[in-house]
Design a protein around this ligand. Structure first.
Ligand code: BMX
Length: 279
């Protein structure tokens, strides 16, 4: 049977009807950041009404920390989720079907591992989007809990800020404003590709921090591949910009970077598959 799969991100929410790795239908909803989880779920229910009767379970991939069905923010700047929100209980009630929840990047890591660029081998997945999410699959198992939350790492070079606050789409837009060129990420990438200096500098700085992260990940897990996804991660030129920073590393230290092949569907496909394993 099909699964109602939902990916709740800091900027937008994707809801889909999924069977295996097949997306039978989908709809995108803006995450009204200030509205709170009851309103986010209500909006999803409203937008997916026409699929009622077509799914037997619900799989949720959500930005934030999931513990025993409860949902919390680790970085409220990415999305301000109230502490311990009963996500699984609320979803079960609202959709009337068994519901399961996972961190968004852990679900995407699983999706890419099983059906995408991870090719069923040890995989680390990184999504560079509103924040930086991460997921690790080793020996055929996803690491859950707080494992893989690479966006929350604090390096000596960025003081108190978690890494994602000096890399992600939100940081890029803030940097552009500071440089006197207010722009959102898509425009910054466009300008960078045209060779505009201030935009190139922002993309390069973000990408070089991700390159360092990938080098560290290589030494922690030595995955076969690091799969890169997310709106920033998949923006034209970004993966190449990371690669430039890693050129010249000895082969045993060089991570092998590949673009997410499920694209924006990695989270929903992974969440649907993980939910199906709970039967
Ligand atoms: C943050 C954290 C992660 C999440 C990542 C990417 C919160 C709310 N989220 O590090 O759990 O995986 O952002 O999230 O603490 P996205 O919304 O940018 O996809």
């Amino acid at each position: 049977g099909a699964t109602l799969a939902i990916d709740i991100g800091g900027t937008k929410t994707l809801a889909a009807l999924v069977r295996g790795a097949q997306v039978l239908g989908k709809t995108t909803i803006a995450t009204r950041r200030e509205a709170g989880p009851d309103a986010w779920l209500a909006a999803i229910a409203e937008h997916t009404k026409s699929w009622i009767g077509q799914y037997g379970r619900v799989g949720i991939a959500a930005t934030g920390f999931i513990d025993d069905g409860r949902w919390s923010a680790l970085n409220p700047a990415t999305l301000a989720i109230p502490d311990g929100y009963p996500l699984v209980a609320q979803a079960s009630k609202l959709f009337g079907k068994p519901s399961f929840a996972f961190n968004d990047a852990q679900a995407a890591a699983w999706g890419e591992h099983r059906f995408g660029a991870g090719a069923n081998e040890d995989t680390v997945f990184l999504t560079i989007s509103t924040g930086i999410g991460g997921g690790v699959v080793v020996n055929g198992r996803p690491l859950l809990g707080v494992a893989g939350h690479f966006g929350l790492l604090r390096g000596p070079t960025h003081g108190q800020s978690p890494l994602e606050d000096v890399v992600s789409g939100r940081w890029m837009a803030a940097e552009a404003a500071r440089a006197g060129h207010p722009a959102e990420a898509p425009e910054i990438f466009r300008k960078a590709r045209e060779g505009t200096g201030w935009a190139e500098a922002i993309v390069t700085q973000s990408a070089s921090r991700v390159a360092l992260l990938c080098r560290d990940i290589q030494m922690m897990f030595a995955p076969k591949r690091i799969v890169i996804g997310g709106g920033i991660g998949l923006a034209a030129g970004y993966l190449e910009a990371i690669g430039v920073q890693l050129a010249g590393l000895p082969s045993h230290l060089a991570p092998r970077l590949v673009a997410a092949s499920l694209g924006p569907h990695a989270g929903i496909i992974g969440a649907a598959d993980l939910a199906g394993r709970h039967r």
